[in-house]
Unconditional design. Structure first.
Length: 429
């Protein structure tokens, strides 16, 4: 799985293979989300019944996986910046797949917990969202937002397909066989793709980002020119840690990214409280999907061509409006419209986050900056999830939690807005 220039250069006939990395990123996001977050809810009831525990006990597994992902971020980021994406992502797919297969044979709850949180979660962190975003960011500068948006679409597709697929397998064959099938699928699809097609950096095959014939500046001339793509130096970890921009961005994006992780588990219960059937409430996600895909592509392209903050304002307002609409107990039509607004707002977060990190810290430090920042973001997201459930348990209503989420989104946006973000290439105004 070596990525040395000697073994790779000249094997692609001069064709730019960056868009192939975008496809790999799409697949990695689809797999990582599909075998963890997206399908997790389908397994909660049968696994809880099988081991004789409550749903709340089983549900804690997903929170632990988030913690594992956050803790692995700095290490994964460092490996990615050194161009080790191929062995890392291939190893991750093996770990996740083997973990799922072994989990299907677990006989005790502690075995299932160790396998899911410690093996599957660890594996997914090595080929999931952060590795996909860093891989794509190493291959693109001018088109980074669009490229990340397309690769992140794998998350949205997984959210739509994985629950239905998992439910079918569980209904037909039981949860253990379904889990084994997911594990085999992860290995058969993930390992050969990552081992055979990933190239961590374009320089390893004699290419440059975006397919250019020479390296270009990361940011517009005159806006932090010391951080240009051609001359960006590798920052020491202590320099990244000391940069207040990293923590402002991590806190801001963490507060905004908490929104989907708080909202997703309560959409159906909240919809039934409104008098909808579970099937009707689930249509919220069907309304969300096309607009989430649209948001990823449109706002990603927007970020490539113009200053980021106007696009970020769209994301903040879109997410805040969703929570405010939910406070008024909307009718079914407005409920579905809220899903569409939510999709557009949350869909743009991933490409905007990637473009922002790239412009502020450069390609050479992208993985480590994203990994270090993820430590704080994970804490924020986990805290928001716990706080929301605590408010609901103490009040018996979602309303206060909805208002708190609205406030957190505005705070997150404000933190991002105070950061001076370099302009895109070609914008010297």
């Amino acid at each position: 799985m070596s990525e040395s220039i000697g073994s790779q250069a000249g094997l692609h006939g001069g064709r730019f293979i960056g868009w192939r990395m975008v496809g790999v990123g799409f697949l990695s996001n689809f797999l990582a989300s599909g075998v963890t977050l997206a399908a997790f809810g389908n397994f909660v009831d049968p696994v809880s019944e099988s081991f004789g525990v409550t749903r709340s006990t089983t549900s804690q597994g997903m929170a632990i996986v988030f913690v594992v992902t956050g803790l692995m971020g700095p290490l994964a980021g460092a490996l990615l910046d050194r161009g080790w994406a191929r062995p890392m992502m291939a190893t991750g797919s093996l770990l996740a797949g083997v973990g799922l297969i072994l989990l299907s044979r677990a006989t005790e709850l502690w075995q299932a917990a160790v396998l899911f949180c410690g093996v599957v979660g660890l594996g997914a962190s090595l080929f999931g969202f952060l590795p996909a975003m860093a891989l794509v960011s190493h291959w693109f500068v001018r088109q980074r937002g669009l490229a990340i948006g397309i690769s992140a679409a794998g998350l949205t597709i997984a959210a739509g397909l994985a629950p239905a697929g998992a439910e079918f397998l569980i209904g037909q064959y039981g949860w253990r066989s379904a889990m084994m099938a997911l594990g085999v699928f992860t290995i058969l699809i993930g390992f050969p793709t990552f081992a055979g097609f990933v190239v961590g950096r374009p320089e390893r095959v004699g290419q440059w980002p975006d397919g250019d014939s020479a390296p270009v500046d990361e940011v517009a001339e005159g806006t932090q020119s010391a951080d240009s793509e051609a001359q960006t130096r590798v920052l020491e970890t202590r320099e990244l840690v000391a940069d207040r921009r990293l923590w402002l961005l991590s806190l801001g994006f963490g507060l905004i990214l908490a929104s989907p992780l708080v909202l997703t588990p309560i959409v159906v219960p909240y919809g039934t409280d409104l008098g909808l059937s579970e099937l009707q409430a689930s249509a919220f996600f069907l309304a969300m999907m096309p607009f989430s895909l649209l948001g990823k592509v449109v706002l990603g392209k927007w970020a490539d061509m113009a200053p980021i903050k106007p696009a970020m304002a769209v994301v903040v307002l879109g997410n805040a409006v969703v929570w405010l609409i939910l406070t008024i107990d909307p009718g079914y039509t407005l409920f579905l419209l809220t899903g569409a607004i939510y999709g557009l707002g949350i869909g743009g977060v991933a490409p905007l986050q990637g473009v922002t990190i790239g412009r502020c810290f450069g390609r050479e430090n992208f993985g480590r900056a994203a990994g270090l920042g993820g430590l704080l973001s994970i804490v924020i997201i986990a805290s928001a999830m716990v706080a929301f459930q605590t408010l609901y348990a103490s009040t018996g209503s979602y309303q206060l939690g909805f208002l708190v989420q609205t406030a957190l989104i505005f705070i997150g946006g404000a933190l991002i807005f105070v950061v001076k973000i370099p302009k895109p290439i070609g914008d010297t105004a």
